[in-house]
Design a protein around this ligand. Structure first.
Ligand code: ZN
Length: 134
């Protein structure tokens, strides 16, 4: 049911400060920068071969990314698993006793439909189910 690791989400204080490492040192192509208002983040996607890196900069102190950085510092925030039929996948997870942060998919960067699993159900990893539409 999991197609691949779609992307790895990385929390950063500032895209401007963090990006040169990715674009100039690692020489990863920048796919685009986008603000996701509902999640109070500015997001940069970089292509890393078959998968992507998603840099997340908080645009407000009330952003969950801002509180993540405050508690744990910058670094890996989540792993996104590419799926099809995300509603069905969410139901399967819940049937197997997995706690979901999102019972319904919501809109993420790039118009993807996303739902997070609770790290208490996944041995400490924040996993995002991610379905690309269209
Ligand atoms: Zn993500």
């Amino acid at each position: 049911m999991i197609k691949k690791v779609d992307h790895i989400g990385i929390a950063v204080r500032s895209l401007e400060t963090a990006l040169p490492f990715y674009t100039d040192v690692l020489k990863l192509p920048l796919l685009g920068i986008e603000e996701v208002e509902s999640q109070k983040v500015k997001v940069a996607f970089l292509k890393a071969g078959e998968t992507k890196l998603e840099l997340l900069e908080p645009t407000s102190e009330s952003s969950t990314i801002a509180s993540f950085i405050e508690k744990r510092g910058e670094g890996i925030h989540h792993v996104a698993l590419g799926v099809e039929s995300i509603e069905a996948r969410i139901s399967e997870m819940k049937e197997q006793g997995i706690r979901m942060i999102d019972d319904q998919p919501r809109l993420g960067a790039g118009g993807a439909h996303i739902a997070f699993m609770h790290p208490k159900s996944t041995a400490g990893v924040l996993y995002e189910l991610c379905e690309k539409k269209g």
